[in-house]
Design a protein around this ligand. Structure first.
Ligand code: DX5
Ligand code: ZN
Length: 217
């Protein structure tokens, strides 16, 4: 079963409640939240305060993608908000195995994210501590960027590492995804598809239906 997780970064922040309700009413089961610190990535987005506000109006599961340095400073706050997935970058954490285990101990699902330049081998020795691998298909920092084709091969390789180790780790892919490349990503092994601009630009319901048509092909 493939999950579509819209990226809240592409929502209308002046009408955030309206957009959250619109996605919820369309049957969305997971919101992808991009948290950027202006240090790990060149952009600053939003943080825990926005997630808490959303939590007040919606019970949809949250998938927090931390694009921040020393992410473990913030684990407790996301646990308190009640996010389901907490994903940290392999490039941002010195002791990532420990960090992934802490996320789990706090009762969240742990995710390890790989930048486009980071080889899939980076997950090998820590994979047992991860519930999800996030393959970035753009350089993190901004919505609306072009898909980097090498991500496809990386997903296939991550999938084979997971299968060879006999694990059930989920694969998420994030960045530059639309109905044109959706199918190839699912065929490569992606379980969770993150999409911002392709879903939220124009008519969300129609865009989502187009995604579902591709998935059900
Ligand atoms: C990029 C973020 C993505 C982004 C996806 O740093 O991690 O989640 O919002 O947006 P689109 O689908 O527009 O590439
Ligand atoms: Zn993201």
């Amino acid at each position: 079963m493939v999950t579509i997780a819209p990226s809240i970064l592409s929502a209308d922040f002046l009408n955030l409640e309206r957009d959250i309700k619109m996605m919820e009413n369309a049957g969305i089961k997971l919101f992808h939240m991009d948290i950027m610190d202006g240090n790990f990535v060149p952009n600053i987005s939003y943080g825990p305060m926005i997630l808490s506000q959303i939590r007040k109006i919606s019970n949809v599961d949250m998938d927090a993608h931390l694009m921040i340095v020393e992410p473990n400073r913030y684990f407790n706050i996301y646990k308190e908000i009640g996010v389901k997935y907490l994903t940290i970058h392999s490039e941002a954490s010195t002791h990532i195995e420990r960090d992934l285990q802490i996320i789990r101990k706090l009762g969240m699902k742990s995710g390890i994210a790989l930048n486009p330049a980071t080889p899939e081998e980076n997950i090998k020795y820590v994979l047992e501590a991860a519930d999800m691998v996030l393959v970035m298909s753009v350089n993190p920092g901004f919505g609306g960027q072009e898909f980097i084709p090498s991500a496809l091969k990386k997903i296939e390789r991550v999938k084979s590492i997971i299968v060879n180790m006999g694990l059930g780790t989920k694969i998420e892919v994030d960045g530059g995804i639309g109905k044109e490349n959706l199918k190839s990503l699912i065929d490569a092994g992606a379980d969770i598809i993150v999409s911002g601009s392709s879903l939220l630009k124009g008519n969300f319901k129609e865009n989502l239906e187009a995604f579902h048509e591709v998935i059900n092909e």
